[in-house]
Ligand binder design. Structure first.
Ligand code: NAD
Length: 255
């Protein structure tokens, strides 16, 4: 088992991509700490299914992140694998983009990863092994209209990833981004109404002409595909992959 004896902390793992990564890691023997919001009984069921712990830290709150990292270390051990995956979206032209939404997106999609990395790295360095995997996005490489905060945060996390990779390169710790195109999760589903309104389109037009318009494969990436790739990055054979922004976007950014 690839992750036997390893501790994996995956932020935003109560749904979507993070949950698929948590399932894949638990199946390979990792002790998993879940994080994210959701229905308490469903989260309890996930903990039972995966033999995992859950910490409900709000990642826009640095003190809550510190408490989550301390709890992970105390109850499971310091994370050997850190997946910064939690993310939110808001779609609006920049002139009417609510400043509080800007602040939340930057805090959750970018600043939270700064805090988890700075807190997780010392133990990884001490063990001479660690994996930092950040869920970025095709929007870490290219922009789309009406997503100013998200695109800024995702470009930011790509830069943070490269910097961490360089700082940790001699210590057996790799840091990479996985940059998906459109994945069918609640995050995508929830932005359909706003995009319908912003562009005056029907639901089908948003799916086919806006979302999948950019994706040459004309299908959504699956959370399971991303989880399998994340698992590969945890293998010892992936030890030379660091500082990379790894696209899984059905060819979007090749165009
Ligand atoms: P999702 O909405 O299914 O999952 C988001 C997770 O983040 C949930 O567990 C949620 O509870 C958690 N979360 C949200 N706010 C939080 C907060 N303040 N504190 C702690 N947890 C919080 O969405 P997803 O599509 O699985 O997104 C996961 C990541 O993938 C995000 O970073 C997103 O930007 C990225 N991504 C998604 C797509 C896509 O098409 N779905 C494409 C590229 C990148």
């Amino acid at each position: 088992m690839i992750l036997a004896g390893k501790v994996a902390l995956i932020t935003g793992s109560t749904s979507g991509i993070g949950l698929a990564i948590a399932r894949a890691f638990a199946a390979e023997g990792a002790k998993v700490m879940l994080n994210g919001f959701g229905d308490a009984s469903q989260i309890q069921a996930l903990c039972t299914e995966l033999g995992a712990l859950h910490d409900g830290a709000d990642l826009s709150d640095p003190a809550a992140i510190e408490a989550m990292m301390a709890r992970c270390s105390a109850e499971l051990g310091p994370p050997d694998v850190l997946v910064n995956n939690a993310g939110i979206q808001h779609v609006s032209p920049i002139e009417s983009f609510p400043p509080d939404k800007w602040d939340s997106i930057i805090a959750i999609n970018l600043t939270a990863a700064f805090h988890t990395v700075r807190l997780a790295l010392p133990a990884m360095r001490a063990k001479k092994w660690g994996r930092i995997i950040n869920t970025a996005s095709a929007h870490s490489l290219v922009a789309s209209p009406n997503k100013s905060a998200y695109v800024a945060a995702k470009h930011g996390i790509a830069g943070l990833t490269k910097t961490v990779a360089l700082e940790a390169a001699r210590d057996g710790v790799t840091a990479n981004c996985i940059s998906p195109g459109y994945v069918w999760t609640t995050l995508v589903e929830n932005q359909i109404p706003d995009t319908m309104q912003a562009r005056g389109l029907t639901r089908e037009q948003v799916i086919n002409d806006v979302l999948l318009a950019a994706q040459p494969t004309k299908r959504f990436v699956t959370p399971e595909e991303i989880a399998a790739f994340a698992l590969f990055l945890c293998r010892d054979e992936a030890g030379s992959i660091t500082g990379a922004n790894l696209s899984m976007d059905g060819g979007w950014t090749a165009a």
